[in-house]
Design a protein around this ligand. Structure first.
Ligand code: TRP
Length: 322
């Protein structure tokens, strides 16, 4: 019976780039949803370290980022019994398949990728890894045959690339890959940072998910308040992550104009929400080898799936002559 229940679950896959400290916007925009969706789907969540290598080219920093994101996910309650949690670089099939995809996908097609066009517009020298990013991502996805790929709006096109790549491969070599579909997660653009722009690492305006009480205080006191109707909209928008509008509106109306009091209330609510997460993370920090072991075992599980798919691919393209 358990067997059938397991079989009926749809597959979900998503990747996270290990590029630094996570914020409450990352949590509400993506991380929490992975935890919630794990009950409904057979889930694969992986650390996209080879994607991050386009931006992080420093041994210490890479190691730190990988460990950090692992601890972050364990601390928020991603359950390794329900979710196969692994690291991209442990599964060489990802890069192997990315190469094969690169041989059937054209340059003009990849030149239309938003991320690539943005990088070009900024006039940066672009590395091949950035150009080829969608092919590695297509491989990440297609090896595991997920029905759904939860991503932020900015990654929607990349999932389309994966779908197109699957279709093209299937057309040339015969039915091999299932066509994945994106689930667009909560719009993070709507979560303001302390300066009122969207909360994003690059703006230095985030509230860290595992902030200490002191940090929370400093962040909240620094939130830009524009006077107007007496409701500080940035404070309110952040507060709204923790309490529904039905509760918040009356509080904010009764304390209209009292920015300091409203901020103090937000500090309290943030502390209530963050404190248990912080504690859980500390526990995992005390035993990093155990956390790494979870990642490694996840990799062993994922490897079996990826390897079986690659054997099929090698056979289909005609390199498996033995
Ligand atoms: N590109 C994604 C991001 O920047 C991360 C990622 C890599 C990913 N591979 C993936 C997401 C596969 C979903 C599926 O957020």
């Amino acid at each position: 019976m358990c067997y059938y229940m397991g079989m009926s679950k749809k597959i979900l896959l998503s990747g996270v780039k290990p590029t630094g400290k996570v914020s409450i916007a990352n949590y509400f925009g993506a991380m929490k949803q992975f935890v919630d969706l794990a009950n409904e789907y057979k889930s694969y969540i992986f650390i996209a370290d080879y994607h991050a290598l386009n931006f992080v080219q420093n041994k210490k920093e890479m190691e730190q980022n990988i460990t950090d994101i692992l601890l972050d996910y364990l601390a928020i309650g991603l359950d390794p019994k329900k979710v196969t949690l692994f690291k991209q670089s442990d599964i060489s099939e990802h890069t192997e398949l990315a190469w094969i995809f690169g041989t059937i996908i054209t340059m003009p097609y990849l030149e239309r990728a938003h991320a690539y066009k943005d990088a070009r517009a900024k006039n940066k020298e672009i590395n091949v890894g950035t150009f080829n990013y969608p092919m590695l991502m297509a491989a990440d996805i297609l090896l595991y045959g997920p029905e759904v790929v939860p991503v932020g709006q900015d990654q929607k096109q990349h999932v389309e690339y994966a779908r197109d790549t699957a279709q093209k491969f299937n057309k040339i070599f015969g039915e091999t890959f299932k066509l994945p579909k994106e689930i667009i997660m909560k719009d993070m653009e709507s979560i303001p940072g302390t300066d009122g722009r969207k909360m994003h690492k690059s703006y230095n305006n985030t509230i860290p998910l595992f902030a200490s009480y002191e940090e929370i205080k400093k962040c909240v006191m620094g939130i830009v308040t524009d006077s107007g109707e007496g409701i500080p909209k940035n404070v309110y928008a952040i507060h709204n992550l923790l309490r529904p509008a039905s509760e918040l509106l009356s509080i904010y109306e009764s304390k209209a104009g009292k920015y300091k009091e409203l901020k103090e209330l937000l500090i309290e609510d943030l502390e209530k929400f963050i404190a248990p997460l912080r504690e859980r993370r500390k526990k995992f920090e005390k035993d990093i080898p155990r956390a790494l072991q979870i990642l490694k075992e996840g990799g062993e599980k994922a490897k079996k799936v990826a390897n079986a798919k690659m054997e099929e691919v090698r056979e289909k393209i005609g390199v498996d002559v033995y």
